[in-house]
Ligand binder design. Structure first.
Ligand SMILES: CC(C)(COP(=O)(O)OP(=O)(O)OC[C@H]1O[C@@H](n2cnc3c(N)ncnc32)[C@H](O)[C@@H]1OP(=O)(O)O)[C@@H](O)C(=O)NCCC(=O)NCCS
Length: 292
């Protein structure tokens, strides 16, 4: 008789993500090599909604989250199934559960290679590539172009100062998320001619800090809004997720000696998500893969 037995079929049910212990979510993301700390899951649960796939004794085998903004839009993320149960239909089922809960909202997500065909088959279309730069920040930082305007720091209690600018860049108002992101973040503002023209946040996430969102109207502004945080992070781990593949901002990241370690694909279902216009504010750095 063999020393092991293959057990395949057991039933999973959807449960609200707030009803499970964070250690189970942490184990799930660690199991697929993601850097989220329990604190990051706690943050995401405050920022959005989610479900987990649990078995009869409460073990978590999958998750999916959505982050609604306004009345007709949401981002999707944290779609994970534990390696033991992959390729058995759980990922597709989780997404169908999310669709049911999001109704007719326009949706966007950043897909890993592993999930790309699943999302295509669920009606998502490809929009852009996101480049994940990360590593230990070297000192001194690369040279920056001349600054046009004034940089200052913004306190979280004045977060409404960036709401309108962010909405023009992101395409939908996300004030509640910005307020949550700003808690414990270091926020840099760029003003020119008395107007707010850019901002960036640095906050703890995963292995160190993420610099994002970074919102600016041109590469030079985005460089300054990133460099200011990199300076603070010398010798520590930082991450920037961007859709810039070429240009001064992409060159700056290259010169910063962070490594480009992975890419994901921005996809949407319903209305197109990305809509870049010349000289208009643009999201140079993502808040996170799940948050866009
Ligand atoms: C991506 C992921 C969520 C898919 O979950 P899953 O439970 O394996 O998904 P399903 O079993 O529903 O499979 C979905 C489709 O992908 C295909 N698929 C799944 N695993 C596959 C594999 N290893 N190779 C090729 N195709 C695969 C299935 O055939 C299925 O297609 P079908 O429904 O037409 O048959 C899971 O692989 C995962 O957690 N990966 C790591 C984390 C990740 O990348 N998450 C995505 C974030 S955007």
């Amino acid at each position: 008789m063999g020393r092991t037995v293959r057990v395949k079929s057991f039933e999973l049910a959807a449960k609200d993500i707030n009803d499970v212990d964070v250690t189970l979510l942490h184990a799930l993301s660690t199991g697929v090599g993601w850097p989220h700390r329990p604190k990051d899951w706690d943050f995401l649960r405050r920022a959005g909604h989610g479900i987990v796939a649990v078995d009869g004794i409460g073990r978590v085998f999958g998750s999916a989250m959505w982050f609604p903004h306004g009345h007709d839009f949401a981002t999707i993320g944290l779609v994970i199934t534990s390696p033991r149960t992959q390729a058995q239909g759980t990922g597709r089922w989780l997404m169908e559960q999310v669709f049911e809960r999001c109704g007719d909202r326009n949706l966007t997500l950043n897909s890993t290679d592993a999930a790309y065909h699943l999302y295509l088959s669920l009606g998502f279309t490809r929009e852009a590539t996101v480049f994940q730069w990360q590593g230990e920040v070297v000192s001194p930082p690369p040279p920056v172009p001349a600054l046009d305007g004034e940089l200052s720091s913004l306190s979280a209690k004045n977060i409404e100062a960036i709401a309108a600018l962010d909405e023009r860049a992101f395409g939908t108002g996300r004030q509640r998320l910005l307020a949550l992101l700003s808690e414990g973040a270091s926020i840099c503002l760029l003003r020119r001619g008395g107007e707010t023209v850019g901002y960036s946040m640095k906050r703890e996430f995963g292995r160190g800090h993420v610099i994002g969102p970074i919102v600016a109207s041109n590469d030079c502004d985005a460089i300054h809004l990133t460099a200011v945080h990199l300076k603070d992070l010398a010798g520590r781990f930082a991450r920037v997720d961007t859709r810039e593949q070429t240009g001064l901002f992409a060159d700056f990241l290259q010169q910063s000696r962070l490594g480009m370690i992975d890419t994901v694909t921005t996809m949407s279902k319903g209305r197109r998500f990305l809509n870049r216009k010349e000289d208009e504010p643009w999201v140079y750095g993502l808040a996170g893969h799940a948050l866009s």
